[in-house]
Design a protein around this ligand. Structure first.
Ligand SMILES: C[S@@+](CC[C@H](N)C(=O)[O-])C[C@H]1O[C@@H](n2cnc3c(N)ncnc32)[C@H](O)[C@@H]1O
Length: 433
């Protein structure tokens, strides 16, 4: 039998028809009907993974929020009173709106709130699926919240101007920065752009809860973005959530706050824990290795070449064995290198190796280079002890849950006295502790 060829259009059409069928098959007498329960909890993500190959999901930025996380985001709606307009400007199949309907339903029934839901998505079939799923939720719960589903670019819709609450899990894929943003240049995270667009349109007082990639919370590239957001939002929480779900290898955090006048002075927010004692950055200049092996031409002087592959971590490299031609910046020992890839929640997140070789060494860009400011091998040895200490793992887990260690995260590591360990059993953020 000839297999029909896959097309995005037919995959999306099938996606929405799955929920049309679930809606038609619904038996409102039986609210525990597993078919309806599944339609509201897990099926959207499962159908998306079944119907769309990963590269299409990534291109569309389509990753639907789990039931638990969606309910965590929507939970504060329980406090809402009066007229409430909940907008999800990138609603996908409506998981955040379904959670909002579930949370608001009882207050709607008792007249404590007069709520409406608005979902927006660029993909028509996702917006349709959201409509069917909200219908299922409404019939199962018996709580009828009016809902509008709109096919549009959620970064530019007038409806944002009437929102009292925004729930958001935006597309994360990198996009070219809008020239008008004061904080952006080149390619930026789509999530940074989306959140800023939403923030600039919602009215003052509007509550915002979002799931965002960790890189925005700690990445040094997004410092100006954080400053800009901090001027317009009174931030109530930036809480690390770990991995988005078991199919999606991206670490995320929960962002909560409400819109304030951009001219008002807002309380400064600590996006990541701050340490006001001495740091690794005080003792070392931290940079990324300058060699991009497959991009830099192999010409110029022959140099010893150090890469992350086969690196003997926690040891001293007396002589670098690899070699290549390289014209750019080199480093001579003693210094410390740390692989940039690292796994949150694992021991030894930033394992270092001391490079004692004093020749001019080309270092691959998969390694961070830490040059002691006092040029001393002893300080490099102290650094390995600091990196090895469990407090450094804990610190990195709190500040940087991304797979890539950043210059900023490593430079911000507390410079602990590993002999007395007086400061750091667990993380203590006070200099005098
Ligand atoms: C990460 S998914 C999240 C969906 C839903 N909010 C959830 O949490 O399950 C992002 C959604 O944004 C949609 N999207 C991408 N670009 C958009 C845009 N410019 N305006 C509105 N929606 C967009 C995608 O189609 C996708 O459904």
């Amino acid at each position: 039998m000839v297999q029909p060829t896959w097309s995005l259009d037919s995959a999306l059409a099938e996606f929405s028809s799955v929920f049309r069928s679930a809606s038609e098959a619904l038996n409102p007498e039986n609210s525990l009907d597993p078919v309806s329960q599944f339609a509201l909890d897990g099926q959207a993500g499962a159908e998306l993974r079944r119907l769309l190959p990963p590269e299409h999901r990534r291109r569309l930025g389509a990753f639907f929020t789990s039931h638990e996380l969606a309910h965590q985001l929507a939970a504060p709606l329980i406090e809402a009173r009066g007229d409430v307009v909940v907008v999800d400007p990138s609603c996908g199949a409506g998981d955040l709106l379904v959670a909002a309907a579930h949370t608001l339903g009882p207050s709607q029934a008792t007249g404590q709130v007069n709520a409406q839901l608005i979902g927006i998505d660029v993909i028509k079939e996702f917006a349709e699926a959201a409509r069917f799923r909200l219908g299922i939720q409404s019939r199962i719960s018996g709580h009828n919240l009016p809902a509008k589903l709109i096919v549009a670019d959620g970064r530019r819709v007038a409806k944002l101007g009437v929102a009292t609450h925004v729930l958001l899990n935006p597309p994360f894929a990198a996009i070219a920065a809008d020239q008008n943003w004061p904080w952006a240049q080149g390619n930026v995270s789509g999530a940074a752009d989306f959140l800023a667009a939403v923030v600039s349109q919602i009215p003052h007082g509007c509550q915002l809860a979002a799931i965002l990639p960790e890189v925005l919370r700690g990445g040094s590239r997004y410092g100006r973005w954080r400053d800009w957001i901090g001027k317009h939002i009174e931030i109530e929480a930036t809480e690390s959530l770990g991995r988005f779900d078991r199919w999606t290898d991206v670490d995320v955090f929960l962002f909560r706050g409400y819109r304030v006048d951009g001219r008002r002075k807002v309380r400064p927010h600590l996006w990541v824990p701050a340490y006001d004692g001495p740091t690794v950055g005080d003792q070392f200049e931290v940079t990324v290795g300058p060699v991009v092996h497959n991009r830099h031409p192999e010409d110029g002087p022959m140099r010893p070449f150090l890469t992350a592959r086969g690196l003997s971590v926690w040891e001293t490299i007396e002589r670098v064995e690899g070699a290549r031609q390289f014209r750019g910046k080199t480093h001579c020992g003693p210094f410390v290198v740390v692989p940039r890839t690292s796994r949150p929640d694992e021991r030894g997140r930033a394992p270092g190796a001391i490079v004692a070789d004093t020749r001019l060494i080309a270092v691959d860009n998969h390694l961070l280079v830490l040059k002691p400011r006092d040029h001393s091998a002893k300080t490099c040895k102290s650094l390995l002890q600091v990196l090895r200490h469990s407090s450094s793992d804990a610190w990195l887990d709190q500040t940087m849950r991304c797979r890539h260690l950043t210059v900023g995260a490593v430079a911000s590591l507390p410079w602990v006295n590993t002999e007395s360990l007086q400061v750091f059993d667990g993380i203590n953020t006070s200099r005098s502790a």
